[in-house]
Design a protein around this ligand. Sequence first.
Ligand code: FES
Ligand SMILES: [Fe+2]
Length: 454
Amino acid sequence: LELSRSSSMSTGRVAGIIGLGVAAMLIIQSGDPLDFRSPVWGDTGLLARAAVCIIAGGSLLAMGWLHRLLFSPLEVLRGPDDVGYIAEDGRSRAQAANEVRRRRKTGELPPVYPNGWYRVMDSHRLQRGQVKSVSILGEQVAVFRGQDGKAYVVDAYCPHLGANLAVGGQVVGSCIECPFHGWQFRGNDGKCVRIPYAEKVPEFAKVRCWPSCEVNGQILVWFHCDGEDPQWTVPEQQEITKGQWVYRGRTEHFINAHIEEIPENAADIAHLAHLHTPGIASGVDLRYTNSKTWEFLRHDWKVQWEAESEPNKHCSQMLVKHALTVFGRHWPLLDVRVVARQVGPGVVFLLVDHSFLGRGVILQCVTPVEPLLQCVSHTIFYQANIPPLVPKFILKAECIQFERDVMIWNNKKYISKPLLVKEDSAIQKHRRWFSQFYSENSPRLQHQRDTLDF
Ligand code: FES
Ligand SMILES: [Fe+2]
């Protein structure tokens, strides 16, 4: 997908650039265009040809742009300083972000890495024989795809002398070979199977191996603070596997917050009617989202949050009914129903169902990178026979609404004993539900200092 996108982009661009280049050459060859005695002003034929080239180049560029808009996936990738910080008084966004992080009160935080499945990367980014370095849950891991096509995740540091297996390591069969002295470790259990210069491989020579799975176009790892085996599986979305729903785009954000604050949003029903009511045209900067200009466009939300029961007590559901009003008039054709099914602490399936705009899913994944830094991705798969513009618009709308939350999360404090009213009761229910993912040994943020070095 990435390949086809970049090639379509470059063809349009290259054609445009060639057109403009030819035009420029014609002008240069025919003398100095600013010199009124130069032949260019006399020779209208040349000028006309140059103009045609410019127009052709311009329209090729426009066509490339239109093609991208209509057909290629939407990709929005934001860095940790890009969204949700106010850069005022001549400060840069990065300075503003750093200052907020430094001054921030963290509150009495729950443990920072709940037990569960977390997305490491998208499948298509890892070809057979490739290895990638990833930071996840405060650790460095090496993710590689064996020649058998399977994806494996192991600790990045070689137990021999600590080289990083993901930096220069080679995939050999279903093993990873360290770049330093060539030790080879098996992907499925981490055992060292070869030391090129030693007679015997000691039994205890091992690198830590993370339980992983590959489903819905993503590679995920299981984390448990006591090293326990996976307690549930990540459900497969059949329509994706069968190719009925296809990839139409993704967004990625890095958020400075505790992981629990992100899913808690689903149970925070009151915030929808406040933060998410202004139309998406009002943008993401909370200082201006209530401006009068776009007041005529409003979103209405009806929401319910519930935990599921055994054997799916690690799941919860948020049922959303979305309606759009323009100048106070409701447009029933634009009603959308979404079921947001959360599976464990790190994965949510946002199932979109619309009467004529079709069906699809946005996979929302929250993966802690550090105690207070979360990588959140939204990946949309949508009915193949619906024009890509529809899912791209849905993803963009979700992205705008999400970035309003990001501005809240990046600047807020975690309140362990919140001041709630009766109507907020789902928040407490959500906290009780979420607490199942912590156990006695779940890692906690030791010192507040931990959060200061960005
Ligand atoms: S450090 Fe990896 S083989 Fe020596
Ligand atoms: Fe929200």
